[in-house]
Design a protein around this ligand. Structure first.
Ligand code: GLP
Length: 241
């Protein structure tokens, strides 16, 4: 695991964006694994800029998002599909049919999980997977206790994650407690993994990921097993290392 510690969140976003820009410049038909949450937003803004300035094209790119709330349609303002359209896809020269987010409105979610794995495989696997991290060490929606070799499946969210993400939902609005998420095994199959973390609230999770034991209690610690994983973090997130 390579650890890159930078001054602040702006530098983290810039460094992360450059990894993706280089990836697309060397392989125009890259398969990208993407993430939601507030952390990757500035990185996405850099990619949009680079696309507008014609440094990179998304015409031949395929994307797979990590996760989605189960029970929300893609048009729901809190769905991760909606988030991705708004924050990234709507501003790129990408073919939307090549952008994949697990279907939160699937009639048969168990089958949809198998189908999602098949789509990733048919695309040739993920070249580069972007990750954020939850305060409890979750990646995607792989909460603590997730199997280290798990595949895309339905996961119950922990109270901590529901509380952390409540800020995105209006008071009284229905907030799902279930998700569809790529498994830790699915994430580890990506040829390269880039995890971004900023702010002191992530310091404990980063400590457990980098210096802790390899354990399902901290799902991100599974990245210790990956041959090509880089953690791009700011000084605040690195403060407990
Ligand atoms: C959600 C997402 C994760 C993300 C995490 C952290 O739970 N499922 O993929 O990493 O939030 O979000 P943030 O970047 O807003 O701290």
């Amino acid at each position: 695991m390579q650890i890159v510690i930078l001054k602040n969140s702006a530098e983290v976003a810039k460094y992360g964006a450059n990894i993706f820009i280089k990836q697309l410049q060397s392989k125009a038909d890259s398969v990208l694994g993407l993430a939601t949450g507030s952390t990757p937003v500035s990185l996405y803004q850099s990619l949009i800029r680079a696309n507008k300035e014609q440094q990179i094209s998304f015409k031949d790119v395929t994307t797979f998002n990590l996760d989605e709330y189960l029970g929300l349609e893609g048009t729901h303002p809190q769905s991760y599909r909606h988030f991705m359209n708004q924050q990234l896809f709507d501003h790129l020269d990408i073919d939307k049919a090549q952008t994949h987010v697990p279907p939160g409105d699937a009639e048969n979610p168990i089958e949809a999980c198998v189908g999602y794995e098949q789509l990733i495989e048919a695309a040739g696997g993920i070249d580069i997977q972007l990750l954020g991290i939850g305060r409890n060490g979750h990646i995607g929606f792989n909460e603590p206790s997730s199997g280290l070799m798990s595949r895309t499946r339905v996961k119950t969210l922990t109270k901590a994650t529901i509380d952390d993400n409540a800020r995105f939902f209006a008071e009284g609005e229905y907030q799902p407690h279930l998700s569809i998420t790529m498994g830790i095994g699915t994430i580890l199959d990506a040829r390269k993994v880039v995890l971004l973390a900023t702010g002191e609230s992530k310091a404990e999770a980063i400590l457990a990921t980098v210096e802790g034991a390899l354990t399902a209690a901290c799902p991100a610690s599974a990245l210790q097993l990956h041959k090509n994983a880089v953690l791009v973090i700011d000084e605040a997130a690195a403060s407990k290392l």
